[in-house]
Design a protein around this ligand. Sequence first.
Ligand code: SF4
Length: 396
Amino acid sequence: SSGELSTDTTIHRRQTRPIQVGNVTIGGSHPVVVQSMINEDTLDIDGSVAAIRRLHEIGCEIVRVTVPSMAHAQALAEIKQKLYASYQPVPIVADVHHNGMKIALEVAKHIDKVRINPGLYVFEKPKSNRTEYSQTEFEEIGDKIRQTLEPLVVCLRDQGKAMRIGVNHGSLAERMLFTYGDTPEGMVESALEFIRICESLDFRNLVISLKASRVPVMIAANRLMVKRMNELGMDYPLHLGVTEAGDGEYGRIKSTAGIGTLLAEGIGDTIRVSLTEAPEKEIPVCYSILQSLGLRKTMVEYVACPSCGRTLFNLEEVLHKVREATKHLTGLDIAVMGCIVNGPGEMADADYGYVGKQPGYISLYRGREEIKRVPEDRGVEELINLIKADDRWVDP
Ligand code: SF4
């Protein structure tokens, strides 16, 4: 960018083509899609069906599974059938590898999208002592990749299914490493090579991802990808993620730093937060990132002051109580403030406010208007009454 500061408070998402994945659309004007992956062995049909359902019920909109063998690929037919019969259609995606193209073709019959990793399509000899590839060799390998990939591309194209070209910084093919280095350029060129093969076969149901475990690399690669796609007139949606982010607080912060930075720039159409924890734990993080940026509103937005010496009640405890009572209400903003030091504007125009007033008493606000003053021990109950009186309450 030119370095000019934007004062625009709306995120303008990059224009992308809509890609259909089962009954979910990635890109176009559709909300940023949340995805994750089950840990179950795909051969465990009932376990996999239950896991997919569990994830979908808490908001995972596309579910990924692993398919290491032909038996796993065949199991997908049964998983899909049981899932649809006992629950509902959930878009499923699976990784496929070039040395299992037969498996890939079987997988493509049963699911909505396949993910390929260009770095695994290696035809160079491993541990070769070479340090460079000639243009001819580079192109010869490109031809082999094309021949290998073609049946899968044609199969997906003819069924109207999708493909993710998922480049990982940690697994770039040797000739990309030697030609472009271990860099965002190498990642982008690797994706472009596969995009061109797909386009030459008239297949454009593509989603692109460039993941890295280092946040600055992942950010730079996606920014460069967008720049290159713009130059080339390509409008494929992007799938964002930070690989090997780890667990706990740092895993969440690391994922948010990478994914959130790009989303704030309008880049990204689907996200996955990869935590070394149960996949169920990834979904709330995805939705929190999207909600905090104003990209999706799926829960109550709580505005709360950090508390200080002026605080008249135990703010942490009250916020917890208010949250427990109201967290099932979507689309509301609720403020919990220790006091009104600088006026109700500090509540960021929340729909309702719970504000410390004098020892033992709190005030309830609707927008900027003070509605009533009540003893602190009745605060949460009266807040609920106020929301009910406004007809904005639903039972949990
Ligand atoms: Fe302190 Fe009041 Fe500010 Fe909360 S709103 S941090 S209690 S001054």
